[in-house]
Design a protein around this ligand. Structure first.
Ligand code: AHR
Length: 528
């Protein structure tokens, strides 16, 4: 035996071990979950979605038409409906976005063959058959079990047009418009949970000044009413005013100052803000696939600005509305990257990777920590557009990593926020330093405690031990979402690359221990 050779191999092995050990070694974090100090309700509406008439978001993504060979119910694809039902989507914003301020609802009602073809000038000048209109959207809401959030056209429409649309949708009395709705197949009035008064009125919605918008807001708020008797005293429709899509607060100042002096004749219940994660800014340069580990860290660093963005707006809202009557509604958020090569740039089609799942959990946790003011949010967008839940290609459908995060978070809908104290240190990559771990805890209406842990570190697992104050836990079970790479994606041919799998969590003497994998999102239920 050549002992010199063995010694050499051993030395190489030891050096390799020393070099790799720090990369693989787990970090530790101690959590104290204080159930005695539970906070406000995490409104289920923060898990809302956005479905704009844009690219293949509605057409092909939801609507395939009654005669399609793709299995459908009254023209709406069955596979997409079944997947969305699992998410318990609380509300869906429609028809836009920028599209809302050019939408004229009358073109989308009545017999399909009589509906005019129009141009979608907001998104690519493509021909819009208008076959997915009001009744089809409401049918989609009923099929997935969600509430409509309609955005009325302030930019190129009139208060009268919007008032008539609401009457068409919600009147129970036998008015001409209610009869027209009945003739189109729906005698009963629809319930409309939310109404947006314009969209980005400082830009694509008409390039208005704050004061001009406030004058429009008062008129639309005064005259555009929900006529459904079932929404008169309870379940009233909430009206949502346009807020900013930038961190500066002049717009919020103007709208909230006006609100402070509102009288019986006009009011609104929510202020909409838009904040996208656009690493590197505009024009978009970040790809949605095949990105580097630096890009991963940069994207997550960018997304964490959401917290500061909300704080800035909340400071102004608190000044005019200290009782927090007006909700902050983040009705467009998500990661917006370069369109996929070879696709129509106006269709905003991008892939969705493990990075986006982690980004979604970070944003949902931020919203939950702002739950006293943030009571609604809508990820952009539901299908085939920006940070989508679902991608489709003709008869094929794939669920994205972001879809699975929304599914894992279902127990947090309407749960009560519970504070957690922990320090897991930081993770640095290039010039970006980020918290290594983010976490959220909440108690559901049955008393069960839920814990979410996001490990941002792409290399190191975290060993967590958690104590609960005010509740003795006896068992724990849960799921984790991770994959081999931060840019791992689900495709039509490999749809299960990024899917949740069971995680092993031990409870001993009321203490929880578990190891959280690198670059992962984990949700655990803790039972007393
Ligand atoms: O979500 C895409 C677009 O982004 C929306 O139409 C618009 O409101 C925003 O600028």
């Amino acid at each position: 035996m050549n002992f010199g050779g063995v010694r050499f191999v051993l030395r190489v092995f030891l050096v390799a071990l020393i070099l790799t050990a720090p990369l693989m070694a787990a970090e530790n974090a101690h959590f104290v979950i204080d159930v005695t100090k539970h906070g406000v309700k995490i409104d289920r509406n923060i898990f809302g979605q956005f479905a704009e008439n844009l690219g293949h978001g509605l057409y092909e993504g939801i609507w395939v038409g009654k005669d399609s060979s793709i299995p459908n119910t009254r023209g709406i694809r069955n596979d997409v409906v079944a997947a969305l039902r699992e998410l318990k989507v609380p509300n869906v914003r429609w028809p836009g976005g920028c599209f809302a301020d050019e939408y004229h609802w009358r073109k989308g009602i009545g017999p399909a063959e009589k509906r005019p073809a129009t141009l979608n000038t907001a998104w690519g000048n493509v021909v819009d058959t208008n076959s997915f209109g009001t009744n089809e959207f409401m049918d989609f809401m009923q099929q997935i079990g969600s509430q409509p959030y309609v955005s009325v056209n302030v930019g190129s429409g009139t208060p009268q047009e919007a008032a008539e649309w609401l009457e068409y949708m919600t009147a129970a009395a036998p008015t001409a418009l209610a009869k027209e709705r009945a003739a189109n197949g729906h005698p009963d009035p629809y319930k409309v949970g939310f109404m947006g008064i314009g969209n980005e009125s400082w830009s694509c919605g008409g390039d208005m000044t704050p004061d001009y918008y406030v004058s429009q807001l008062k008129i639309f708020s005064r005259f555009v009413e929900n006529d459904n008797p079932a929404q008169r005293d309870t379940n009233q429709m909430l009206k949502i005013a346009v807020g900013p899509g930038f961190p500066e607060t002049e717009w919020t100042e103007a709208v909230m100052k006006a609100w402070q002096h509102h009288d019986w004749s006009w009011n609104f219940d929510g202020l909409s803000v838009h904040w996208y994660t656009t690493p590197g800014g505009w024009p978009l340069s970040m790809p949605s696939t095949d990105f580097s580990i630096d890009d991963y860290a940069k994207t997550l660093k960018t997304t964490l600005f959401m917290d500061e963005f909300l704080r800035k707006q909340e400071t102004v809202m608190d000044k005019y509305d200290p009782q927090k009557k007006v909700a902050l509604v983040v009705d467009e958020w998500g990661a917006w990257y370069k369109p996929l090569p070879g696709t129509n740039k106006d269709f905003l089609l991008q892939q969705n990777s493990l990075r986006d799942a982690i980004l979604a959990s970070l944003n949902l946790n931020i919203f939950a920590r702002h739950a006293d003011r943030v009571r609604m949010a809508n990820i952009a967008q539901m299908i085939n557009v920006i940070q989508a839940m679902i991608l489709t290609d003709k008869e094929k459908m794939v669920l994205t990593p972001t879809y699975y995060v929304f599914k894992m978070y279902v127990p947090f809908q309407d749960a009560t926020f519970v504070p957690i104290a922990f320090d897991a240190g930081t993770y640095s990559q290039g010039s970006n330093t980020l918290p290594r771990v983010d976490a959220l805890a909440a108690r559901d209406t049955s008393g069960k405690l839920w814990l979410e842990i996001t490990n941002l570190d792409p290399e190191k697992p975290i060993e967590i031990d958690a104590d609960t104050t005010g509740m003795v836990i006896k068992s724990a079970k849960g799921q984790t979402l991770t994959a081999s790479q931060v840019d791992s994606v689900n495709t039509f041919s490999t749809p299960t690359t990024v899917v949740p799998k069971p995680v092993s969590a031990i409870v001993n003497g009321g203490r929880l221990t578990l190891t959280v994998e690198p670059k992962s999102v984990t949700v655990i239920s803790l039972e007393p």
